[in-house]
Write a protein that binds this ligand. Sequence first.
Ligand SMILES: *Cc1c(COP(=O)(O)O)cnc(C)c1O
Length: 247
Amino acid sequence: MVNLVEENLLAVRKQMALACQASGRKKEEVKLLLATKTVPLEKLAMAIEAGETLFGENKAQELRDKFPLMQQYNQVEWHFIGHLQTNKVKYVVKYVTLIHSVDRLKLGQTLHQQLVKENKTMAILVQVNTSRESSKFGVSPESALELVEQLSQFDTLHIKGLMTIGKLNAKQDETRHCFQLLKQIQAQIIAKNFPRVEMGILSMGMSGDFEVAIEEGATIIRVGTSVFGQRYLPDEYYWNENVVQVD
Ligand SMILES: *Cc1c(COP(=O)(O)O)cnc(C)c1O
């Protein structure tokens, strides 16, 4: 019996393959990360059964709740994709292999201090607010290069690329522009040859726009709704500083 999650996954993978084909890219160049905020464990288990291994959480608390219950699946890997408060850093570095959402120097400093304490390193992406919407986090496009340079001084941080949330509910051109901008910023950073800075990863594209993101060079797409169905909490709960409670 094919369950709904598995059925949705088949459709998403097919769309991914078509978008790769349309833009002359290899399927293997694009990873699917499943965004699991609010998603119950039963549905995560279905995704794992269907062969998925890469998951992303937005909140430290939810990650802490889910992680122990998921350890029976040892092939599963977690990334952190949400706004990261400095007081949550110590929890997050325990569980994840990549943080997509580093968007300010202070956060880099706090990460570095914690990692030094634990004698660890961490792969990170710098989140850029390419849509310039105030409801979203991320460094401004103009300041992204400078932030990368500043973060590169911390030898515990391995900068692996960039992340963005494209403009939502917008015309396709506008969303595409966000992804193109991220790609341009990536090229500018590569040209600077900062020490320890790699720019191989572009994390961009969600349920509504991942095909466009793939066409524009995404190497990780982050998909929730298309696989797990609608969430009961509005995304503002996760994205908007004014709505998110400081927990
Ligand atoms: C929720 C979320 C996603 C997935 O969004 P969908 O529209 O449900 O696919 C991707 N990235 C981030 C940062 C998210 O918070």
